[in-house]
Design a protein around this ligand. Sequence first.
Ligand code: HEM
Length: 131
Amino acid sequence: MSDVAHLKRTLDRIPRGGLAEAFYRALFAAHPDLRTLFSTDPGAMEQKFEVTLRSIVESLDRPADMAVPLRTLGQRHESYGVHPDHYRFAGEALREALRECLGETWTPDLERAWNDAYSRIVEQMTGKPTG
Ligand code: HEM
């Protein structure tokens, strides 16, 4: 199975809402100051985040289709006050959330595939290499 197919299957195993809830909990536990960036109702925010993340993962094997939407999403994030360093914090929180949601099915292979995918997403959103 390709890495992308593996990631899609993985997200499909997580009940709707579960990943976003675990993600924001991990993000704000590690970086409480980031709460001030968010003004939208957390439930609505979680839903938007999760729907978008799932659709990004669905499209990872069609990078050309994703370049413009991801850059536009990244530019909106700049206007929310999101700094490039914040993507590292979000990456750590997402990994934590996936580990929590997947339990024993979270494997080193999956972690590698996820890290690689997340770097590509951030590069497209910020327009900068993550190196
Ligand atoms: C893979 C990375 C990310 C994805 C897929 C994502 C997705 C989204 C989506 C779908 C929205 C809804 C509004 C819109 O579409 O513009 C949003 C809003 C937002 N995101 Fe993200 N995001 C990501 C990373 C981050 C990071 C690293 C931060 C910084 C801590 C962040 C902070 C915010 C804030 C502050 C808002 C606006 C909240 C509000 O309206 O109150 N996001 N994000």
